[in-house]
Design a binder for this molecule. Structure first.
Ligand code: GLN
Length: 451
């Protein structure tokens, strides 16, 4: 198969399937075909690890000259002047950017219903959500339109859609992957990561995008091991912790059954399994929504119609700001900006923001303690399988509760993968495997052995 054929096939599949799934916002067709031709000419000479592979990119990751909207009306016509570091790295390894993928506006949401363009559908059942916010990234891979995509995960946005769509999604350790060129939502939580059909492909893509970057001071100067070397199929002696809070009330019977079966399978392969407690988990959702919204309120200040954003003209500067932001942002984004601005305002800062920071430390310590005696922590990725479009959109609190099992991982900064573990009522269930900081290798090893 030539690269040209591979790329042609991707676009044919998109044309066939995306009319009903709606995963893509923008296609990069002409440039991708040209790149494919150029690669075919040098075939056989390249050592690049992503040579000719079609990759979809979430639309909050900037791509030079290719529209990048974060699914917001405010950025409806934004053409970035540079690539994000992850895109540079994909191109350095000769991967091919096929197009930009739909998401919840500014990555705020769990269902893709907050996209200001259209809602992506779950390929397993078009009446259901693909999850969010990287719903387009998960649906495109699940529907076979691209074998690889990138998403971003602030509170679960790679893992939850991966679980809902039955694909593999990895949120790396905070600092493992450069955030340069990722449109910031909550800078202390955001990480970019890969969504793929297999664990091996996932490890390949993470390998290509990982490593310190001079343009992101929070990227970590930690050696990037060869993740694929970890895929031995061996888990003998692996110490697995299962938090009792992750299989409690609110987790559906079907999800519990699938996850317990997966854990039993790992045990049969020679791993040891013990129940543990992460006692501060119950505060994670409240802590997250305070911190993430506070950071968002600061990060989104730049979308004012001057520095960035589709300007809505008015008689004076202040009215122009107001009009641009009132009309440009959707309801969920405005809700978060207001909550965040309130939590950071003088007089409330200590009661909310500072308190939330302290609870974040307690949540992090819960993990540190468990990791003194265990190699990985395992549970479900989500409490339920994919829900119906429209089912939760009018009730933000129910929607937020969906992230209860993914959020603690972002607060602690540790890596976690969601890997498919069977079906419940005909819909995919995700097994979440959480690792020590910078130990993605063990997470991949465990996921691969199970898969
Ligand atoms: N669903 C969560 C939120 O709405 C997580 C989003 C994300 O990880 N980007 O904030």
């Amino acid at each position: 198969l030539s690269v040209t054929e591979l790329v042609n096939e991707a676009y044919e599949n998109i044309k066939k399937t995306d009319g009903s799934v709606h995963a893509f916002l923008t296609l990069n067709e002409e440039a991708a075909r040209q790149q494919a031709q150029a690669l075919d000419a040098e075939r056989g000479h390249s050592q690049a690890t992503l040579f000719g592979l079609p990759i979809g990119i979430k639309d909050n990751i900037v791509t030079k000259g290719l529209k990048t909207t974060a699914a917001s009306q405010l950025l409806a016509n934004f053409e970035p002047l540079h690539h994000a570091t992850v895109v540079e790295r994909i191109q350095a390894q000769q991967g091919i950017v096929i197009g930009k993928l739909n998401m919840d506006e500014f990555a705020m949401g769990s269902s893709n219903e907050n996209s200001s363009f259209y809602t992506t559908r779950n390929p397993w059942d078009l009446e259901r959500v693909p999850g969010g916010s990287s719903g387009g990234s998960a649906a495109a891979v699940a529907a076979g339109m691209v074998p690889f995509s990138l998403g971003s995960d602030t509170g679960g946005s790679i893992r939850q859609p991966a679980a809902f769509c039955g694909v593999v999604g990895m949120k790396p350790t905070y600092g493992r992957v450069s955030r340069f060129g990722l449109i910031a939502f909550a800078s202390s939580l955001d990480q970019i990561g890969p969504l793929t059909t297999t664990v091996e492909n996932n490890a390949h893509l993470l390998q290509a995008i990982s490593g310190v970057d001079a343009y992101d001071s929070t990227s970590a100067d930690v050696a990037v091991p060869d993740f694929t070397k970890a895929l031995t199929g061996e888990v003998k002696g692996l110490r697995i912790a299962v938090p009792k809070e992750y299989l409690g009330e609110g987790v559906s019977a079907g999800v519990k059954a699938a996850v317990k079966k997966a854990i039993a399978q790992l045990e049969a392969l020679g791993a040891s399994v013990e129940e543990v407690s992460l006692p501060h988990s119950k505060y994670a959702v409240a802590t997250y929504y305070l911190l993430a919204s506070s950071e968002a309120s600061a990060n989104l200040a730049r979308f004012d119609g001057v520095r960035y954003g589709v300007r809505k003209e008015a008689d004076n500067l202040i009215d122009m700001y107001k009009k641009t932001r009132s009309e440009g942002f959707g309801d969920e984004v405005k809700r978060r900006i207001m909550l965040g601005t309130f939590a950071l305002s003088s007089g409330y800062y200590d009661a909310y923001y500072k308190k939330a920071q302290k609870v974040r430390t307690l949540i992090k310590r819960d993990f540190e303690k468990v990791f003194e005696n265990f190699d990985v922590v395992i549970g479900p990725t989500t409490p339920t399988t994919a829900f119906k479009i429209g089912e939760k959109i009018d009730d933000p609190l129910t929607m937020y509760a969906n992230d209860i099992l993914t959020i603690p991982v972002n607060l602690a900064g540790v890596p976690a993968i969601s890997v498919p573990c069977g079906l419940a009522e005909g819909l995919p269930v995700g097994l979440q495997i959480i690792g020590k900081p910078f130990d993605e290798a063990t997470v991949y090893r465990t996921a691969h052995a199970y898969e």
